[in-house]
Design a protein around this ligand. Structure first.
Ligand SMILES: [Zn+2]
Ligand SMILES: [Zn+2]
Ligand SMILES: [Zn+2]
Ligand SMILES: [Zn+2]
Length: 565
């Protein structure tokens, strides 16, 4: 009996254990399966959306949370997440997305005008910009908690639903404030119908867009400056014709610039959103147009600087770095007001010693060439940034790290006695060097992220410089500590002279060098810097920012002479 009873109890106990095990595993496995299933669904939905967005005529973007009260353009419901088109501003939740895509047209990039040459407004209902005012009653629009009020996707006019009947110019759209920057859909329609594509024909067609028409192409590098480029692309697509806004991560500058060859020669402006490096990339593409016999289509280049310490942009009056301080509309107004200046571009040839059969390395230079401590700083910085890119995503950390490298190398003195290892020739004449550690050759007024190198500080007179004088300014520095002192305006560099051609012979040892912030280590070689081309840039007055806001930032010594084109 007893053993039997024990067996039964044991049996009972093991069953209890099994039940416990079952429920425990159920409690663990079910959530895991659910999570896996959800994430699989999510990624499936994402790939589906991506495919859907790619095929769509709209420029859809998905967001998990809209940054302002948003209503679905199809079902009129208030929505927290969903998709929006950054060209026409239509918003929709996931359920209504397909219907929105089918039934609501996007901003048409190419369309005929009416027989009299005018075009009509293209109204989109609801989700008007936050601080927009009615063109009729001047009261704020979009204040009611529903899908209400209208905005024209071309002229950006906003009007209340009830005021629509009172709109004076309800029939014709004049493309609004930025009409002289927008490529109107009817222009492209006419170009497309042309039988003979000749520049004169474009000029004739361009006359219909007004005498002051200077269409702008926007080329944005979405990888520059904390991914600001992505948001900027959307804002420019909203304000301009989406066809004139290019993402440089999808299309090279030379492909984007081909649009210039369909526009009236001599009128096109190109706005580059990116760092000095991106500007150099675009200017190389502009030079390539000259080689393709497209001289007459060459655009005037202007800059919206992303990232920090953009000396070229700063020299041309566009500031050292843009972080959204002024609205995009103001950026376009500045482009409208800018004047055309010419700027020299240079060719840097590096012929390594003892290598006779290989072609010398050839680089383009807009900003500066240097050998010595500042190139070493750039080289160290570059090497570390490659290793830990995430650490270098902040502007402030970048600046701090850069400064640390500078001071650390005071102790190392890797560039010691440069004057004994290098020969400098300005326009064929040998220059006697004082005891130096670095030589900097400048084309533009600013160096090292907002420092006026040639003028320096104090009132000491110096030979004048211009962006288009075909001359380079050559200075020497005593070491990295001296470099740091120059950057905080406690010292001046040694002026070595100005020249049309600069030749440097590095006799022995390896030295750090850089062209426009791109550093490398270079063995014995001969470096020749000669004039390459002149390019048309746009200059914006009174926007130059020195590192600290002292009184010198209001003066304007590097102001280039504008030319009438
Ligand atoms: Zn909906
Ligand atoms: Zn759209
Ligand atoms: Zn309009
Ligand atoms: Zn109104």
């Amino acid at each position: 009996m007893c053993p039997e009873g024990g067996e039964a109890r044991e049996d009972c106990g093991s069953r209890e254990e099994w039940t416990l095990l079952f429920w425990t595993s159920l409690a663990v496995i079910v959530p895991v399966i659910l999570t896996l299933w959800c994430s699989a669904q999510r990624s499936k939905r994402k790939t589906y959306m991506k495919e859907f967005f790619r095929k769509s005529k709209h420029g859809w973007h998905y967001t998990d949370l809209f940054n302002k009260p948003t209503y679905c353009c199809v079902c009129s419901q208030h929505i927290l997440h969903g998709a929006f088109c950054d060209c026409c501003g239509v918003c929709a939740d996931e359920q209504c997305l397909r219907r929105a895509d089918r039934s609501l047209p996007c901003k048409e990039i190419m369309a005929p005008s009416r027989p009299d040459g005018s075009t009509e407004h293209r109204w989109v209902r609801g989700n008007v910009p936050l601080a927009s005012y009615c063109a009729v009653c001047k009261q704020q629009c979009g204040t009611q908690p529903k899908l209400c009020d209208l905005r024209c996707v071309w002229c950006q006019t906003t009007v209340h639903d009830d005021c629509m009947d009172g709109l004076a110019d309800a029939e014709t759209c004049d493309l609004g404030e930025f009409h002289s920057l927008i490529i109107p859909p009817h222009y492209l329609h006419l170009v497309n119908k042309l039988r003979r594509r000749h520049p004169d024909e474009f000029t004739k067609l361009g006359a219909s867009c007004g005498r002051s028409w200077t269409p702008v192409l926007v080329l944005a590098n979405t990888r520059s400056g904390n991914n600001m480029g992505e948001a900027l692309l959307g804002e420019f697509r909203t304000l301009l014709n989406p066809v004139q806004v290019f993402d440089l991560s999808e299309l090279t500058p030379s492909k984007a610039l081909q649009l210039c060859t369909l526009l009236p020669p001599g009128r096109v402006r190109v706005l580059v959103c990116g760092g000095d490096g991106t500007v150099g990339w675009v200017l190389d593409a502009v030079d390539a147009m000259k080689l393709k016999d497209q001289d007459q289509f060459i655009p005037r280049v202007t800059i919206l600087p992303l990232g920090t310490g953009n000396d070229l942009s700063n020299t041309l009056g566009w500031g050292a770095g843009y972080a959204g301080e002024i609205p995009v509309e103001q950026v376009l107004r500045n482009v409208l007001d800018a004047e055309v200046v010419k700027m020299d571009r240079w060719k840097v040839q590096v012929a390594s010693k003892g290598v006779y059969f290989r072609k010398p390395k050839v680089l383009s230079m807009n900003n500066y060439f240097s050998v010595g401590p500042d190139a070493l700083m750039a080289l160290n910085f570059h090497a570390h940034r490659e290793k830990t890119p995430s650490f270098f995503s902040s502007r402030i950390i970048n600046k701090a790290v850069y400064f640390l490298y500078g001071t650390r190398d005071c102790l190392v003195q890797e560039c010691k006695d440069l004057d004994k290892r290098i020969e400098l020739e300005l326009d064929g004449e040998r220059v006697a060097l004082p005891s130096l550690e670095g030589i900097i050759v400048c084309n533009i007024g600013y160096w090292g992220g907002g420092c006026r190198l040639w003028e320096g500080m104090g009132d000491e007179p110096c030979p004048p410089t211009r962006l288009d004088d075909g001359l380079l300014e050559v200075v020497g520095v005593f070491g990295s500590f001296h470099c740091a002192q120059i950057q905080v305006k406690l010292a001046n560099p040694v002026r070595l002279g100005q020249a049309h051609t600069v030749r440097l012979v590095l006799k022995n040892s390896t030295m750090p060098m850089q062209v426009d912030g791109e550093p490398w280590a270079q063995g014995p070689c001969t470096i020749t810097i000669t004039h390459k081309t002149q390019t048309f840039m746009l200059y914006h007055s009174a926007e130059q920012t020195d590192d600290d806001d002292d009184e010198s930032s209001t003066s304007d010594p590097e102001r280039p002479q504008s030319c009438n084109f």
